[in-house]
Design a protein around this ligand. Sequence first.
Ligand SMILES: Nc1ncnc2c1ncn2[C@@H]1O[C@H](COP(=O)(O)OP(=O)(O)OP(=O)(O)O)[C@@H](O)[C@H]1O
Ligand SMILES: [Mg+2]
Length: 500
Amino acid sequence: MATIAELAKLHTEFSKEQVAHLQALAGEWGMLADFCFADMLLYVPTTDDTWLVIAQVRAATGQTLYLVDWVGASANLSERPLLSQAYQSGDIVEGEIAVEGMSDACRMMAIPVRYDGATIAVLTREWNTQSSRQPGELERTYLEIFQRFARMITVGEFPFEGRVADGSVAPRVGDGAVVLDAEARVRYASPNATSALHRVGISANAVGQTLAELGMIDSPVRQAFERQEPVVEEFEQTSDVTLLTRCIPILDEVDGETVVTGAVMLLRDVTELRRRDRLLLSKDATIREIHHRVKNNLQTISALLRLQGRRLESEEAKAAVAESVRRIRTIALVHETLSREPGDDVAFIEIVRPLVRLVEEGLQSPDRPVRFVVHGDGGRLPANIATPLSVVLTELLQNAIDHGFPEGEGGGTVAVQLDADDEFLNITVIDDGRGIDPDFDLASATGLGLSIVRTLVTTELAGTIDMRAATTHELDLVELSLRPGYTGTVIELRVPLNAE
Ligand SMILES: Nc1ncnc2c1ncn2[C@@H]1O[C@H](COP(=O)(O)OP(=O)(O)OP(=O)(O)O)[C@@H](O)[C@H]1O
Ligand SMILES: [Mg+2]
C-alpha cells in the first residue's frame, strides 16, 4: 500500500513540513474515528485537479462504510463539491454523498486541514445515517468531543506538533475514555474507563470531581493543561494495577487567546502486559543463571580431572587428561560468555579472545615464543553453533602449537581470521610453522583432535574443512613470513549459519 509520503510526492507539491503535518494527523486519527464512530479519509488536491485519498482509517467503535481500501483512489462526483467547498472556505461543511453499492443515504463531513496559515487537505468523516449507532449519552459526548477536535484541525491546532503517540500500546478510546471540563473535573467516564477506575479502587461516581479528589494520580492531567499538549504517563495506581494514560487537551479561542477548555484522558489497564514483560525478562535471567551453573559445574569437573592427572605416573596418561581438561575449560568458557549475555546468542569474538588466551597459557615455554593474532569478528552466533566451534578452534590452535612449532625449534605466529556474512561463517587458522607432511590426508587422519574437528564441523554444523600448505598470498594477508624449510599450514572452515 502506498504511504502518505509516497502519494504526496507523486501527486502534490507539498513541502516536507506539510507532509509531516498530515502524517502526524494520521498518527492520531484513530482516536478521532473512534470519537465519531465513522470511517475517516484524508483527501488532498492533486496537481492534475482531482481529489486523491492518501489515507483511510476505520473506527473501532462503529460500523465501517467501506470494505475496500480507498487509498490511492479519487473522490467521486458527489464528494468533490463538498471537498472543494471546505477547502476554499476553510469551514467545516456537511452534505450527502453517493456511496457505490449502498442504497441508503450516506453523509460526509468535510474538515479543512490547516497548516501554517493555509488549508492543505480535507479530512472527512463518512457514515451511513441509517445504520449508525443509537444516540445515548456516550454517543452525544463523543460526538461533541469530536466536533471540538475538528475545530482544532481547521485552525491548525491539531495534531499537536511533534507528539505522535506510540501506536503499539497507546490507549484507544475503546480502552476507556474520561472527558474532563475546563476545571479538570470529570464530565463523563466511559463504561470501560469506569471499570478501570473500579479496579484501582475508585468506585465513587466520578462525575463532577477532579482526579485528585477521586484519589487518582493527576500529574498527567495537570501537565496537559499547563503545557497545552498531550501527556502520556504510565503509573502504578496501586501495587498491582498499572495504568497507561494519555491526556489530550482540547483548545479553544477565548477573547483571542488560546485556552484549554477541557481534555480527554484515555486510559488503558496495562497490568497484564507489563506482567508479561517482567516474565520475559526473568526468563532471560533464568537462562543466564543456568549457563552460569553449567560453567561452574564444568569448572569443577576440570579441576577434579586435573587433580587426578597429577596422581598419574604415565606421561601419556597425564597428557591425555590434560587435553581433556583443556577441552572442558573451552566449553566452560562458552557458557561463561553466554551467562553474561542477554538472549541466546553471543558475539563470537567475545569467546575467541579468551579462548586464545587459554591456549597461550598452556604454552608457557620460553624457547617456543608463539604469537597469536585475531583478524575480524564472527558476528553474533547462537549458542548451538558457538559451542562446537569453540571446541574446534581450540583443537586447531593447539595443533598449530604442537605440530607447527615443535619444542626446541623456535616460535612463530598463528593467525585466526573470522569473516561472517548472512549465510556463512568462515574461520581460517594460519600458522607459519613447519607445515603438514606432503602425504597427509585429512579424511584418513586418525588423531583425536582432527577427529573431533571433523565430526563437529561436517556432521554437527554441516560445514566444510580444507587443510593445506599456506600460499604466500595467504601468509602475506595476515603478515606472516616463513622460515627456510617451513611451509606453514592453512585450515579453512566454512559453516552455514542458518542450518537446522
Ligand atoms: N598446524 C599443523 N601443522 C602441522 N601439522 C599439523 C597441523 N595440524 C595438524 N597437523 C598434523 O595432523 C595430525 C593430526 O592432528 P590431530 O589433532 O588429529 O592429532 P594430534 O594433535 O596428533 O593429537 P591430539 O590432538 O589428539 O592430541 C598431527 O599429528 C599433525 O601431523
Ligand atoms: Mg591435536
